[in-house]
Write a protein of this length. Structure first.
Length: 269
């Protein structure tokens, strides 16, 4: 099975513009994230999916420098953008990885993909998000290319197009949904925030990299991050007030399988 990871990235962001190229340890954040993904052994191809807008040219330039594949598609229809990437690189399975997950552990990526490959006859879609247990920012969603194309044909709501996969996981009567839970038995999905959407998130991610990143060495793990945070509450507290804030909060009336306790509203939104 040819597995293609699609990393959605753009320069425009209403809350934190240009976040994907913010510098950390002398490199753009997106470059550091791609370094981590390249250590995942289950991926045949990594593709950055940006938009065709001129303001996203720096992302195309970075991908060219890094020799990472890049496609340019619709600015808001990310479902179409993922289909475009999958078709362009002959994917049999597509992995959705958001660029706002710069601390994602490639070991977790491998775990979720391996589960999908081993169970592809049982499930159309597998993730570690429904329900979530890992710290927010380790988002891995895997689906057969045929399943992605089916969603692209049927999804009609704006949030289904913008967020790529809701049509799949929000319709369990139409698709066979599988989930991978954190082997610790813990649930840190609402208490630990490793994603980046606000300036405080950037400062948090920057502090993690400055503490753990070693160029040329294997990528630091989720376990190493958690050990660091136990020792350094000053780092943990940088964005602790944002823990549990996610995109669900803006679409609760439309999402059928998401509970209100799975998201928080941030007062500065």
């Amino acid at each position: 099975m040819r597995v293609v990871a699609v990393v959605q990235a753009r320069m425009g962001s209403s809350r934190f513009p240009n976040k994907v190229l913010k510098p950390v340890c002398g490199k753009p954040l997106l470059a550091l994230m791609l370094e981590r993904l390249q250590c995942a052994g289950t991926l045949d191809q990594i593709v950055v999916a940006t938009t065709y807008e001129a303001k996203d040219e720096p992302i195309r330039e970075l991908c060219a420098q890094l020799k990472v594949a890049c496609i340019s598609g619709h600015p808001t229809d990310l479902l179409a953008r993922h289909v475009q990437a999958g078709r362009s690189f002959e994917a049999e399975a597509v992995v959705k990885i958001p660029s706002d997950c710069p601390l994602i552990d490639p070991r977790i990526v491998d775990k979720v993909i391996a589960f999908f490959v081993e169970n592809h006859k049982r499930f159309d879609f597998v993730s570690n998000l429904h329900p979530p247990t890992y710290p927010d920012g380790n988002d891995v969603e895997v689906m057969a290319m045929a399943t992605l194309e089916r969603a692209a044909t049927s999804a009609s709501q704006p949030h289904e197009r913008e967020h790529t996969t809701p049509y799949l996981w929000d319709h369990p009567e139409k698709f066979r949904i599988g989930n991978v839970t954190w082997e610790t038995g813990l649930d840190f999905s609402m208490s630990h925030r490793f994603t980046i959407d606000y300036p405080e998130d950037y400062e948090f991610v920057k502090a993690i990299y400055e503490s753990l990143y070693e160029p040329g060495k294997p990528p630091f793990s989720l376990a190493e991050i958690l050990l660091l945070l136990q020792r350094r509450l000053d780092i943990f507290n940088i964005n602790a007030h944002l823990a549990g804030v996610n995109w669900y909060r803006n679409h609760l009336s439309k999402l059928r399988t998401i509970r209100r306790d799975q998201t928080l509203v941030f007062e500065d939104d």
